[in-house]
Design a protein around this ligand. Structure first.
Ligand code: HEM
Length: 542
């Protein structure tokens, strides 16, 4: 009897009603809970009231349209506007290009990058311990060490690229194979980034690589799931979801901890003048950089092996998906462009490799066509609508140059998607992919006489490379918190593509890959490419 009564409530309408009620509660909770931008400034979406808030919350596919309209109506006139909260994402105040300098000049104690990242990435739960994102010392280590150790990093990466590519793309010279492009890079990139992080032994250990890759997926899962639940559930849900990343950290640490402990022992013996270590040279990788930086700065907590092992994972998180997506965009753009683009890139890679006798920093910096192709692929395929997220952490808030007061906790951001395609900011054809957009002028410059070079604007040319960020080129962010990994990525990607294009044949891609927008992110749909190992490395036709 009781069973029958219960069953009578479990009808489709009651189930749908319960879900609708739950979502309504979640929406209202998010709306009331998050710091709200002022209603005195323009809001995109359905408006500012309660009902509009509910409609905005469910408008999963509207973000792009709202941003484009806001950009045209307000950003171009130098005004801020609000991109409303969708799902559990916080409303963002979109800062126009004309106010970007003001935004980036604010001290970290007023407008914070790390606090914005902490909130967005659920720093309380996703990275094993909250301190990892609360005090992102690993970012400081990368900022401080990567560029100054670039020569060593490039030669290690050059050593690792051929085997990393072959491990995925194989050596079959007879038959074309068919592969999911994104998957191929998700398998290749962890090895290359971990060569820089922890050296040649572990970067080839598949179980270790699986654990770090799984960790990055755990973080994304936690971040996504939490959007659907009000903050009151976060402590329980976050801890449950965080167990996955803690587990994968634990698996990775079984590989990393012994190596880190041994490295620190070696360094200490070397420092103590142990004669056995007279010729020992400390490897230049993230482990050594972390220890040495912490030692120089008296950060004893950061010299502990466990802490160094924990910090390896957020760097993997920052690197794996971003680099794989960029590789995906670049190769699919090359293969769907005119075949002459592929041939031209091959010619450049072959020429420079032979002129330099291998991959050097100097040679890679002369690969203008490849540099341009990667930069242009990033421009025409923004991963997200907005970049440069910052959170106001000054307790009293802050007043913008146009006199609007924004309170503590407000999220600020910059409009990347519309900037990327603005015809007024880029040379003609801004909506089209033009592989050599940034390299034509550089090649012309290289061919000039010294007198002609003196008259040319070399600075402008140098400012159009992959690593150069600006207020209208944001794939690596902008300002002092712009991605420090880009100095590694730019060389890594050139070596990967040079190796792929010189050693493999590819079938032309008939159509450009399809994309889908999920809230504020652009996600490519799966694409397969057909390729075959060449019997001999590509040679120019004489
Ligand atoms: C193509 C690949 C990559 C892309 C597109 C990318 C993009 C970004 C973006 C958009 C930011 C935020 C910048 C801002 O808010 O102004 C960022 C930050 C960061 N990235 Fe990357 N990244 C890539 C690869 C890497 C790699 C390989 C590393 C590590 C070696 C790395 C380490 C970092 C770090 C540590 C930060 C935080 C910087 C800070 O807040 O001071 N990234 N990245």
């Amino acid at each position: 009897m009781i069973y029958e009564e219960t069953a009578s409530y479990l009808t489709l309408p009651t189930f749908v009603g319960a879900i609708a009620m739950y979502l309504l509660v979640v929406t209202l909770h998010h709306t009331l809970d998050a710091p709200q931008p002022p209603t005195s400034i323009p809001w995109q979406g359905y408006g500012k009231g309660w009902i509009a808030g509910v409609r905005n919350f469910f408008a999963l596919s509207k973000g792009k349209e709202w941003l484009e309209t806001g950009y045209e109506k307000y950003s171009k006139k130098g005004n801020i506007f609000v991109l409303p909260a969708t799902l559990g994402m916080q409303a963002e105040v979109v800062v126009p290009r004309s106010q970007m300098r003001w935004l980036l000049d604010q001290p970290d104690s007023v407008i914070s990058t790390s606090e914005a990242h902490f909130d967005i990435l659920q720093g309380d739960y996703s990275f094993v311990e909250p301190i990892i994102l609360r005090d992102p010392y690993h970012e400081h280590v990368i900022h401080k060490n990567l560029v100054r150790n670039l020569n060593a990093v490039i030669s290690q990466t050059a050593e690792e690229v051929p085997a990393s590519v072959e491990a995925i793309y194989g050596t079959d010279t007879e038959n074309y194979q068919n592969f999911d492009v994104m998957e191929s890079f998700f398998r290749m990139i962890p090895r290359l980034i971990n060569r820089m992080m922890i050296g040649p032994v572990l970067c080839r250990e598949q179980k270790y690589l699986d654990s770090v890759y799984s960790f990055t997926k755990d973080v994304i899962r936690t971040q996504m799931f939490m959007l659907f639940f009000p903050k009151v559930f976060h402590p329980v849900l976050g801890r449950l979801l965080g167990m996955f990343s803690t587990y994968h950290y634990w698996v990775s640490s079984r590989f990393t901890l012994p190596l880190i402990k041994k490295r620190l022992e070696d360094i200490k013996k070397k420092d103590a003048g142990d004669p056995d270590y007279a010729t020992w040279k400390e490897p230049s990788d993230f482990v050594t950089w972390s220890y040495r930086t912490a030692q120089a700065e008296g950060r004893f907590d950061e010299m502990r092996p466990v802490r160094i092992a924990e910090r390896i994972l957020p760097i993997n998180f920052a690197a794996i998906h971003t680099t794989s997506l960029t590789c995906f965009e670049t190769i699919t753009r090359i293969l769907s462009a005119e075949p002459s683009v592929l041939e031209s890139l091959r010619e450049e890679a072959h020429r420079i490799y032979h002129e330099e006798g291998g991959w050097t920093k100097q040679g890679l910096s002369r690969m203008h066509r490849m540099d341009s192709t990667i930069r242009e692929s990033q421009r025409v395929s923004p991963i997200a609508l907005t970049f440069v997220q910052r959170k106001i952490i000054a307790k009293d808030g802050i007043t913008t140059p146009e006199g609007v007061h924004l309170k503590y906790g407000t999220l600020l951001t910059c409009p990347w998607w519309p900037l990327a395609f603005d015809e007024e900011l880029h040379e003609e054809g801004a909506t089209e992919f033009d592989a050599f957009r940034y390299s034509r002028a550089k090649e012309e410059y290289d061919a000039m006489t010294p007198e002609e070079k003196e008259k040319a604007n070399a600075l402008k040319l140098r400012q159009s490379g992959i690593v150069t960020t600006s207020d209208c080129h944001l794939p690596f962010g902008h300002g002092r918190h712009a991605c420090p990994g880009r100095f590694f990525v730019s060389h890594e990607l050139k070596m990967i593509f040079a190796h792929l294009l010189l050693n493999y044949d590819f079938k032309h891609l008939a159509a450009k890959p399809e994309k889908m927008w999920i809230v504020r992110f652009q996600v490519p749909l799966p694409v397969n490419i057909e390729f075959k190992r060449r019997k001999t490395t590509w040679q120019p036709v004489v």
